[in-house]
Design a protein around this ligand. Structure first.
Ligand SMILES: [Mn+2]
Length: 333
């Protein structure tokens, strides 16, 4: 990280400021961990408010001070006021205003200093200060770099827990290639700060409802292999979700199961969202197959080389058909 990034930001925080912290839509553990780490770090000397664009998985409610998070979809007036009065806005784990949908115009119009910390490809350039490195394992790893450069002594156990949770989630428990020796050094320092890794593991991975296990079963049953290509995909209809009492975040990680099959380099999950009139797609890959460009070109999305998301406005069956055609083009090119 550029040292002037931190020193520049410090000059704005010499006196008490109104800070707003914003994660992407349907924030995951990395996004919320980042926001809450910033919240805990600055809350004693500044007025800090977190605004999530919408809901997130129940599973993440164990994060320290999660109940402080404001929801734009539930308390719009309050959130708009907070953004309008903000002097500093942190943009965390996203780099494009499309990722916050209805919040986007308020951020765009705000005169606040905007600080972007993110690890996705191709950042937009609306931020005043940006720390964007796509090779980083997680935004939480970057938050650790930022805060330890800012004042390492202020990183306490709560902050360490938030950061550790985001790193574990985004690295698939330190398995993905983005896990560097530095990621592990940071994890070790977080343990020294008191993080109980088994507790975080239990909270993050062993805290689901039985209905989610049934939904996983349905997803696995629906997996198909694309003929002549190293690609697997599965579909979840609206009905599959209703039958299995779907809750936000339940399908997180399901797509990875396709990659557990010998020789498979790409896995895709298509989830029908009838109330929004869309199908949401998750893409995972390994080796030479990239999915961020595929998601961007064919499904209005993006992300990382080996993990991306997209959206389709077609029906589930039409989306499947389009995907089978597009993936052939993508892999052959
Ligand atoms: Mn992330």
């Amino acid at each position: 990280m550029n040292k002037s990034f931190v020193s520049n930001i410090k000059t704005h925080l010499l006196d008490r400021k109104k800070i707003v912290v914003i994660p992407h839509l349907s924030p995951d553990a990395d996004a919320l961990g980042s926001c809450l780490a910033i919240y805990h770090f600055f809350k004693n000397n500044h007025e800090v408010d977190i605004i999530s664009p919408n809901e997130y998985s129940e599973v993440l409610k164990f994060l320290p001070s999660e109940d402080e998070i404001n929801r734009f979809d539930l308390s719009k007036d309050k959130c708009v006021k907070l953004i309008n009065h903000a002097e500093i806005i942190f943009i965390l784990d996203f780099n494009n205003l499309n990722r916050v949908r209805k919040l986007s115009p308020y951020i765009k119009e705000s005169k606040a200093i905007k600080i972007m910390i993110d690890h996705h490809e191709s950042p937009d350039d609306f931020a005043t200060y940006a720390y964007c490195v796509p090779s980083m394992s997680s935004t939480c790893e970057m938050i650790y770099n930022f805060l330890s450069e800012y004042d390492k002594n202020l990183i306490d156990k709560d902050i360490a827990e938030c950061i550790y949770t985001g790193i574990v989630a985004d690295t698939g428990s330190f398995r993905f290639p983005s896990t560097s020796s530095n990621t592990l050094k940071i994890a070790s320092e977080l343990i020294d700060l008191g993080v109980e890794i088994d507790q975080i593991y239990q909270n993050l991975f062993n805290n689901f409802q039985f209905s989610r296990l049934k939904l996983l079963g349905k997803t696995l049953e629906n997996f198909k292999k694309v003929k002549d290509l190293p690609v697997m995909y599965s579909l979840l209809s609206d009905e599959d979700q209703k039958t299995n009492n779907y809750k936000k975040g339940d399908t997180e990680g399901f797509v990875n199961f396709g990659l557990s099959i010998e020789g498979i380099l790409c896995s895709v999950l298509m989830v029908e969202k009838k109330d929004e009139g869309v199908v949401k797609l998750s893409f995972r890959s390994k080796g030479k197959i990239s999915v961020n460009d595929f998601a961007e070109k064919f499904f209005n999305g993006g992300g990382h080389i080996h993990a991306a998301g997209g959206i389709s406005h077609l029906s589930l069956a039409e989306t499947e058909e389009k995907f089978l055609k597009d993936i052939l083009t993508h892999i052959k090119s």
